[in-house]
Design a protein around this ligand. Sequence first.
Ligand SMILES: Cc1cc2nc3c(=O)[nH]c(=O)nc-3n(C[C@H](O)[C@H](O)[C@H](O)COP(=O)(O)OP(=O)(O)OC[C@H]3O[C@@H](n4cnc5c(N)ncnc54)[C@H](O)[C@@H]3O)c2cc1C
Length: 405
Amino acid sequence: MKIACVGGGPASLFFAILMKRETPACDVTVYERNPAGTTYGWGVTYSDDLRDNLRFADPETARAVIDNSVSWGEWLVHLPERPGLVMNDEYGGYGISRHRLLDILTERALALGVRIETERTVTGLADVADADLVVAGDGAGSVLREHHAEQFGTEIEVGRNPYIWLGTTKVFDAFAFAFAETEHGWVWCYGYKYSDQYSTAVVECGPDTWTGLGFDRMPQAECLALLEKLFAGILDGHPLMGQEAADGTARWLNFRTVTNRAWSHDNIVLLGDAAHTTHYSVGLGTALALGDAAVLALSLHQEPTLAAAFARYERERKDEVVMEQRAAGYSARWFEELHRYIDLPTKQLLALLSFRHSSVLPHLPPRVYYGLGWTASKFLSVTGIRRRLLARVQRERLSQATQTR
Ligand SMILES: Cc1cc2nc3c(=O)[nH]c(=O)nc-3n(C[C@H](O)[C@H](O)[C@H](O)COP(=O)(O)OP(=O)(O)OC[C@H]3O[C@@H](n4cnc5c(N)ncnc54)[C@H](O)[C@@H]3O)c2cc1C
């Protein structure tokens, strides 16, 4: 089988690895528009679930990812004129440089015999017409998906708040949430380390605050200087680093939530962000992209036809993805409605920050929701149990596949 993977992100590369490892005879090419070694973003977080799933899917990749990751054990919230506050009910996590992750996946793919063609922009199906299977792993703005938007039933919802993805040389010991008040409203940032030298900082604010502070027209250097001032309390004198746009302005964006009614059409199948995006405030997109890759590869190995494999892939992934997208949507909304929470007593604010994925919270006065603490924790634990069950089912499926090989 001849397979064309469009896009050289985590989804495509991991899928290429798993296909080539299981079926060395298949011909797999990854087409990436950017030059080798370049990518957007800084570091990505992940949890124990991804570690375990990677171990089952490809122990060699898992080892390299784990060896190149850093971890933290607690979350610290920083509010003006209040000392750093520990959030006990959030659990620890891991961070890895996006660059490093892509290097690891690229090295493994090449070692298995995958062809990787960089600086190759695929503009349409005609560019990969000789492939039996076309994997659209070309990210949230997928060209292949856009060409067949009607068949995929694509919907894109643009988030209200501008955000910017930055790096810093400040190495945060704990996952840091910082809120800064300005004369135009609140600006917040969350930061986490992804190596022993660098951390990521994602900054967000409401649209009125953004224009009020002049972020919409500021050159990048000026924007970073202002953000360094606002978040001086957590940066300890370290600089922020950006990836400026071609016109010299800072790369502020509005998050786009992508959903698709169908994940395949003819011989094209959507993978990772091309199929679905989850708001960055839950830090899950890469894990979901890698999970897609594992389940699609497994389905292709075990089902007799492309159509059967696509149907199984979609059936097994959609439940988890839809649930995570919904939770991520509520998390995004929590920040969009920060005015509801920010003036609450500290204890309540922290509790509601950790309940931000709740579908009930937006519909109740925050103090009432907090007062019904038992309901909230019950809801949260139901969600948590469901998540853990889905992760376990996924692991069992991957493990069965490993054992039957
Ligand atoms: C601010 C922010 C923070 C995030 N933090 C986290 C986090 O902490 N943890 C986490 O798990 N996820 C995080 N994510 C999400 C994560 O980045 C994505 O979900 C993940 O990268 C999806 O992988 P992918 O391979 O599907 O797509 P991508 O990583 O977007 O890769 C797509 C690739 O396709 C290439 N491409 C695009 N079009 C073409 C074309 N026409 N021809 C050839 N190549 C093409 C692109 O150059 C790119 O390399 C974050 C996202 C944002 C915006």
